[in-house]
Structures are given as C-alpha cells and as structure tokens.
Write a protein that binds this ligand. Structure first.
Ligand code: LLP
Length: 442
C-alpha cells in the first residue's frame, strides 16, 4: 500500500484524501499515485546506492525505467529527485522530452530500435544508447557519422550483455548461454566482440557494459553474481585491448511486495552488499569499481499506486468441490491490469469505502471483459456484505499496470491521479469515446 494510505473506520484514504471523495471527483477505474511515496522511493535508490558506492570510491547514476510507468509528471518527479530516465522507444523519449528531461539524462534501450529512434537519440544527445547487437553497433556508428559525430563529439554507447544469469521470483539460473532475444552473449564471446567493435569507431565512445537479469527478483545473490561477471568482463576487455570501461550498468529488476508472502528487496541492504561484493571482486581482479548505473522501474513505481474500482454484479457460484465462491465484478479488469492473465501475477485488495461485515466470503475479483480469464484477484477474503457500488482498492498497481493498459473491448484507459497533502491532480486524464473514435476513419 502507498506510504500515505490510512484506514479510518474501514474507509481508506491516500495522500490525505478519502477514496470515496477521489471516486466522487475522478470516477473509476482510476490509478491513484502517492506522489510523496514515488519521490521517496526514487530518492531511496539514489541515496542508498550513492552512499554504499561512495564508500568504495564509485559514483552512481539511477535511471528510472520508464516502461514501468511514464508520464510527464512522473518523469519530472524522477528528474527532480536526481534520477535519469531510461527509455526504450520513441514514444517514451517523447514523454521524457515533453517533461524537459535533458538529453544527457536520458538513455535509450531496445533490441530492435528503428533508425528514426537512433537518430532521435543522437540528435537529442542522450547520455547513452545501449546497443543490443553487433549489427546495431555498426548501424549506430554509421548514423553517428552521418550526423557529423567525430572523435571530438562521440556518441556514448553501452553494450548490452547476457551474463547467463536470469532471475525472477525466487529462482535464478546460471547457464552458459541464453535462449532469448536481448544482448550479446558473455559466454559465447559476442559481448567482448561487441565492445571491441565499438572501440573501432572514433565517432562512438564505449561508455560501458549493461546487464539486466530479470524482473521482480527477490534474492540479492543473483545481482551479486551478475556484478561479478560484469567486472570480470571489464577486466577481460582491459587485458585484451588496454581499454578500461568507465561504467557498468547493473539493470533493474528489484522485487516488491504484491502480497504479504513476497519478500521485497531491501534497497539499502542490496546497495551495501553489491558495493561490498564489487569492491572485493575488484581487489581480486586488481582493478577498481567503476561508475555504476542501475535502472529500477517496478521498485519505484509499483508500491506507490492503488487502482480503485466500483463493484458491479455479484454472483455466487458453487465450485465442483462444493465451495461457494463470490464473483465480484469490477468496472475494469484485464485492460488496466493484464498481469494476472499474462503472468499469473497475484495482488491484494480491500473494501475501501467502509468497514463491512466481520463475516467474510471467498471472493474472486473479475473484470468486465468478454473472457473468463479476466481475473484481477483469484482468491480474496471480502466482507460478506460486499455490495454493488462499493469501492475496491487493489494495491501495488503502479508498475506495468497503466503502462500495459489496452483498449480491449473498447474500454477507455483509466486516468492516473496524483495525490499529495490532501490534494489530487489528474496527471493522465481518462480516455474518452472521442479519443477512441478519433483513430477510426470510417
Ligand atoms: N532495464 C531494462 C533493460 C529492462 O528491460 C527492464 C525491464 C528494467 C530496466 C526495469 O525492470 P524493473 O525494475 O521494473 O523490474 N511487464 C513485466 C515486466 C517486464 C520488465 C521488462 N524489463 C511485468 O509486468 O512484470
């Protein structure tokens, strides 16, 4: 739940505003983001990593991963808290540009960047382009040259590496090679080849290597292993070419709590253990810890937001096992939160406008889409007197919710409302039928 969430007599408030008032003003479904919490999460990464790494003599840049949720307002919040913005499409760059983010404070990712995206990044003087393949390195070099970039004004490039560590949830595996689309293989030698290729082009500057190992990772060991491999790679390049890369990017992926059983990554402890591990490995390799960058998305945006829905139809169904399950339909669903259907993601929620009866029912929160897999929460204990018109608040929907929203069944995408100190502000407005129909040329 957001930091400012409070319960009084069973009714929930966020940012000092009762959800009933938020619903009266903004309607449902709506994403409610606690601005102070978002800023605090952003700051926590900057402060924890800077203090842990300054103890081992290294600087840190934190890039907010815009894919988790990007709007002009949140880009400004991140910027004001000292973060940079990680983008991976022209659309994400456009939002960051609109927010006034300086080019050097932006990064561009993507396994299949268009020529236009690369040119936009070069013209916008982005802080770095993360190259994802050997052909792309050649392409960036060629476009940099066409844009008049020379050894005196080189384009900063990082090489995305597949370190063989792939993590997510509790498990992680370390294999020689990875069967997935991102990056250049460390084990296969392409990573080193990619870096040497960048070094051949005077119009490019090899800033460093990048490795993102997965998302919603709840075990810090995987990050430590990854950091070790990256330092070893940097050393190999140094031994082979004499070039010492000034930076390593360790990616994002820091897990949060969706349900009480989850073990969220504790950011200050992770920063500490990573800094210590890297310092030890650097000593072992007779090198130093370079400048570090990280790209948290979910761990900043996720916990700060709730989705508010209004309850509609309620239906009791007896399962084959003879259990009575109460299907509680809400006015959104898989179009504003695809994660349960796509990943089997689990969430928690509560009745948000009143206490409700002490007696509980086993409820299933379902959406309004035309398919049975349109489930928000599979099993949730709700007060037995839950009724049409009640408000349900689903926690931790700030990351990959609005950003992965669709118009399935021509539902209108929900707004995002920022709350702070008793005031609310629409930062992304609700879609209208006119918005939908504007694209339909008949
Ligand atoms: N950096 C890179 C290069 C990434 O690919 C990602 C996420 C991140 C940073 C941010 O990761 P985070 O800190 O948010 O875990 N749609 C999925 C998550 C996909 C993540 C893709 N890459 C979900 O809803 O779980």
């Amino acid at each position: 739940w957001p930091q400012s969430a409070r319960l009084a007599g069973g009714s929930l408030s966020v940012g000092g505003i009762d959800v009933a008032d938020l619903v009266a003003e903004h309607g449902t479904p709506s994403f409610i983001v606690d601005e102070s919490h978002f800023r605090a999460r952003a700051r926590l990464f900057v402060e924890s990593f800077r203090s842990a790494f300054s103890a081992v003599g290294a600087d840190v840049d934190v890039y907010y991963a815009g894919k988790s949720f990007l709007s002009v307002a949140v880009a400004k919040w991140a910027d004001e808290e000292g973060l940079r913005i990680d983008t991976c499409t022209a659309g994400e760059m456009a939002v960051a540009e609109r927010a006034g983010i300086a080019g050097e404070n932006m990064g561009l990712h993507g396994n299949n960047k268009s020529e236009a995206e690369i040119v936009r990044a070069i013209r916008g003087s982005v802080g770095r382009i993360v190259a994802d393949s050997l052909v792309e390195i050649e392409q960036i070099a060629q476009l940099a040259e066409a844009e008049g970039r020379t050894a005196a004004s080189p384009v900063p490039v990082m090489v995305r590496v597949t370190t063989g560590i792939h993590a997510g949830g509790h498990e992680f595996i370390s294999t020689a090679r990875e069967d997935q689309k991102f990056g250049l293989s460390l084990a296969g030698g392409q990573a080193l080849e990619g870096m040497e290729l960048v070094l051949k082009f005077p119009q490019l500057r090899l800033l460093g290597a990048h490795a993102h190992i997965g998302s919603q990772i709840q075990d810090s060991t995987a990050f430590e292993l990854n950091a070790r491999k990256m330092l070893e790679l940097r050393k190999s390049l140094e031994e082979k070419t004499g070039y010492v890369m000034p930076e390593l990017d360790l990616g994002g992926g820091y897990g949060i709590a969706y349900v009480p059983e989850d073990q969220p990554i504790d950011v200050p402890s992770l920063a500490q253990s990573l800094a210590q591990t890297m310092a030890a490995v650097a000593t072992e390799l007779n090198t130093s810890v370079p400048r570090i960058s990280i790209e948290p998305g979910r761990s900043i945006a996720g916990p700060t937001t709730v989705t508010l829905y209004t309850v509609g139809t309620i239906k009791n169904v007896t399962t084959d096992e003879g259990i009575v399950r109460t299907y509680v339909s809400v006015d959104g669903g898989m179009s504003d939160n695809i994660r349960p259907a796509l990943y089997g993601a689990v969430y928690t929620a509560r009745l948000a406008n009143r206490e409700g009866s002490e007696e509980a029912v086993l409820a299933r929160i379902v959406g309004k889409h035309c398919e049975s897999g349109d489930i928000v929460i599979n099993d949730l204990a709700l007060p037995a007197d839950v009724q049409r018109g009640d408000i349900i608040a689903v926690a931790a929907t700030g990351a990959y919710g609005r950003s992965m929203a669709s118009n399935y069944n021509n539902l209108l995408k929900p707004p995002v409302i920022a709350v702070k100190d008793g005031a609310s502000r629409v930062i992304v407005r609700r879609e209208t039928e006119d918005d939908l129909l504007a694209l339909d040329l008949g």
